[in-house]
Design a protein around this ligand. Structure first.
Ligand code: FES
Length: 161
């Protein structure tokens, strides 16, 4: 009886040991993969969004940007956008598309001159400052520049308050 118990105990220890080793061998690469965007964040990059004359002074339009991603297979998930406003001859302001509350994409309403967030009713004025709802701070802004007659926007990644 004691010999039988000790065999069973030995078998249990063997199974537990094998399970631990197998879990470690499989789990470490999976965890590394999931954490890689946090451990190796991509550097921001300038993105061309169009010729300077494509934009009318005073207009706010949505432009598409490709986020630099550490994952080469990110595909469509690396696409984002910004709200770009031409404020002068060579001056632009680019508002991040993500609400500072929980990151939903905001919409620009030209007639009302407001940014509205559809998720929880966040409202921002034309300068991106909070005008109502739960957002804790103004919309983030992207840096812009004009190079050889082309407008460029610096990516900035998803950032909420
Ligand atoms: Fe915009 Fe909540 S995510 S108000």
């Amino acid at each position: 009886m004691n010999e039988r118990l000790s065999r069973r105990k030995l078998l249990n220890i063997g199974i537990f040991g094998f399970g631990t080793i197998a879990g470690t061998v499989v789990g470490i690469p999976i965890i590394s993969y999931l954490l890689s965007p946090l451990l190796n964040p991509a550097k921001n990059a300038w993105r061309d969004v169009g010729a300077i004359d494509d934009f009318k002074v005073g207009d706010t339009v949505e432009v598409t940007l490709e986020e630099p991603s550490p994952l080469p297979w990110a595909g469509a998930t690396a696409q984002t956008s910004a709200w770009l406003r031409r404020t002068g001859d060579r001056d632009f302001t680019a508002f991040a598309v993500n609400c500072t509350h929980l990151g939903c994409p905001v919409n620009w309403l030209q007639e009302a001159e407001l940014f509205l967030c559809p998720c929880h009713g966040g409202i921002y004025d034309a300068n991106g400052d909070v005008a109502g709802g739960p957002p804790p701070r103004a919309l983030w802004q992207h840096q812009t520049r004009v190079v050889n007659g082309r407008v460029q926007v610096l990516t900035r990644g998803l950032q909420v308050a």
